[in-house]
Design a protein around this ligand. Sequence first.
Ligand SMILES: C[S@@+](CC[C@H](N)C(=O)[O-])C[C@H]1O[C@@H](n2cnc3c(N)ncnc32)[C@H](O)[C@@H]1O
Length: 286
Amino acid sequence: MAGILVGALRGVPAEGIAENRRFEARGRPSPSYFLSNGGISVQSGKQVSVNKGGWDKSKVFEKDNEFNYQWLKLCREKHKEKGTIWISGTYHNIFSVAQMLNELDFRILNCITWAKTNPPPNLSCKFFTHSTEFILWARKNKKVTHYYNYELMKEINGGTQMRDLWSLPAVAKWEKSCGKHPTQKPLPLLARIILASTKESDWMLDPFTGSSTTGIAASLLNRRFLGLDKEESFLDISKNRREEINDIKTRFEYREKIIKYSDKPLKEIFEVHEETPYFGIDLPIE
Ligand SMILES: C[S@@+](CC[C@H](N)C(=O)[O-])C[C@H]1O[C@@H](n2cnc3c(N)ncnc32)[C@H](O)[C@@H]1O
């Protein structure tokens, strides 16, 4: 797996390498969670297998650590010194990721708990319903300070400091209009991450891009984005999603939807930029 990732990162489009572009951070990878263990879950009221695909099967602890070490090291090489990284996961992989971040000398800034407001029920009734995911936020350089939009986070949290517990729904049907990815993340979650830690036109890298929720949120918020995935079918979904928001009506509709999840609507903040719609800043998708 690690080998494929090395290949994927070396395959960064030529202009990214040639310009010696360094990523602000801001990748928000959700790597393999290693939760494809043959268990069961529920989707749209039906019993389904939790298996997501071969890429998600655990290869025993040492190998999982090695995989996480390798890809984090590669990302670190592409980061700007002031860059930060967000990594989502569950208890299956997040402790390994945290350990490898420490080994690579990142500084962990927060561990966000995303509490899903509508988790699928637990069919076995033998333990608590799984309803959370964890998102680690870390910065590359222990000495170089990072960007955090404290005021905006406070504002969208109704005037009080944003905490590290975020209650947001799981991915909604409208977000799957271009096909299904088994572990697609919700756009409002990514929008919050991006608004908290990036500025307009910043570059973001997601090396496990899947259906590119990170990239779609980045584009809706006028950030630049590069996504990598080893599965071509997921990249096809990504391209279709990117093309979908070329339609101005859809673009504005989606922006409305992602800002719904703040106590204070972000409308005013967005309106500052509305006079000239601005969406030609990401890399060409061919
Ligand atoms: C958890 S999913 C990411 C989902 C994404 N956040 C979204 O919203 O659609 C992880 C993705 O990483 C990809 N992947 C796994 N191992 C990889 C590797 N070694 N190199 C590149 N991509 C990989 C999988 O194909 C999968 O799409």
